[in-house]
Design a protein around this ligand. Structure first.
Ligand SMILES: Nc1ncnc2c1ncn2[C@@H]1O[C@H](COP(=O)(O)OP(=O)(O)OP(=O)(O)O)[C@@H](O)[C@H]1O
Length: 345
């Protein structure tokens, strides 16, 4: 279940139903009223969400909406110039304000992260098998020949063909898709319960992207992983998400189950994201509508609703910040959502 709250909108909001089989399972991750500041600028505000075993939560939004900072906060990997507020509980342990040793224990053991560009994340001068072996030695008690066996097992698990040969290759000898599989193998080396994936398919072409998403989904079923996946692509969301949090200018503006979001997007920003992409409710032949304007910089946010300057529906009401409100399993922060009065579904 993804839970959401917004300080201005009141208490916790249950924004979607748990997956079958996860009802009652303790959340792997619980983020409550997360804020990230650079000096007086709020980069992320009042973000709350949770992920249970076997669930995939997608964070979606344009560049600069705060998706990566939200993920980096979860791992305690924020730059030194940033300050963190709110609460982040990983497997029940509060990590905000916790000593580095607590985060070190969690990172690479119960929680792992994969990034956008595997070519950048992998060491170019070390064979991929050796890089996975290093991750195994760092995060598990395995040693010697057992490590080699585990390398082969992991490469098999992520669908690398001809493992005996490919494990001795350097990253540049493998395709981008294969390198991303290697990164996923490294992430799995520590048998994590939670995987945080920041745009893991953005650098890959569409066919390979679909293969990697399928792999993540398969691994999730096999291992019961919770996944937080960042993307700006609603196609990726449709493919893999159970729950979605749409972020705009540092906040969650809409959240629900993936089905409810696509059936009935309520925030004008969500609808604009859908309208700017081929295949989401568009008639064949209609031109793509780019969303006019850009996400406001944290230092230049408007008074009231952050999306108002780009919103066709904006009126005087939007000078007042809309709270994130819930209707059933759907939460939205817009004066025109029809949710304020609790009507309409
Ligand atoms: N260390 C930092 N100091 C100051 N501002 C920062 C810092 N890191 C990120 N920001 C700003 O915070 C905002 C949110 O950044 P973030 O990287 O989380 O966005 P994003 O939604 O992940 O975008 P992208 O898809 O481009 O990664 C942006 O305006 C960014 O410029």
């Amino acid at each position: 279940m993804v839970r959401l709250s917004n300080a201005k909108g009141g208490g916790a909001i249950a924004a979607s139903s748990p997956l079958p089989g996860t009802i009652g399972a303790a959340p792997l991750l619980e983020v409550s009223r997360l804020s990230v500041h650079a000096g007086s600028n709020a980069l992320v505000e009042d973000v709350s969400l949770s992920v249970r075993p076997g669930e995939t939560l997608c964070l979606v939004g344009e560049s600069g909406c705060g998706k990566s900072l939200t993920c980096m906060s979860m791992l305690g990997l924020l730059d030194d110039n940033l300050s963190l507020g709110g609460s982040i509980r990983l497997f029940g342990t509060e990590t905000v304000g916790a000593p580095e040793s607590v985060l070190n224990n969690l990172r690479g053991s119960d929680v792992a992260m994969i990034f956008q560009n595997p070519m950048v994340s992998l060491n170019p001068v070390q064979r991929v098998g050796a890089q996975i072996a290093e991750a195994i030695v760092e995060h598990t008690p395995l040693r010697g020949a057992t490590v080699d066996r585990r390398v082969v097992e992991l490469l098999d698990q992520v669908g690398i063909p001809n493992v005996a040969r490919n494990k001795s290759y350097y990253p540049h000898q493998l395709s981008g898709g294969m390198c991303q599989r290697v990164m996923i193998a490294m992430a799995l080396a520590c048998k994590p319960k939670l995987l945080i994936a920041d745009e893991p398919t953005t650098a890959l072409d569409v066919t390979i992207q679909a293969q990697i998403l399928r792999l993540l989904r398969d691994l999730q079923v096999e291992l019961g992983l919770g996944i937080v996946l960042v993307t700006h692509d609603l196609g990726v969301v449709a493919e893999i998400a159970d729950h979605v949090a749409v972020m705009y200018a540092g906040r969650v503006v809409e959240a629900s189950s993936v089905d409810a979001l696509f059936e009935n997007p309520r925030h004008p920003y969500t609808r604009a994201l859908m309208g700017s992409r081929i295949g989401f409710g568009r008639q064949p032949g209609t031109p793509l509508d780019a969303i006019g304007g850009t996400v406001p910089a944290p230092s230049a946010r408007p008074i009231g609703c952050n999306f108002a300057p780009r919103c066709a529906m904006a009126s005087e009401r939007c000078q007042v910040d809309p709270p994130l409100l819930r209707y059933g399993q759907h939460a939205v922060a817009c004066h025109f959502s029809g949710l304020e009065s609790g009507v309409g579904a």
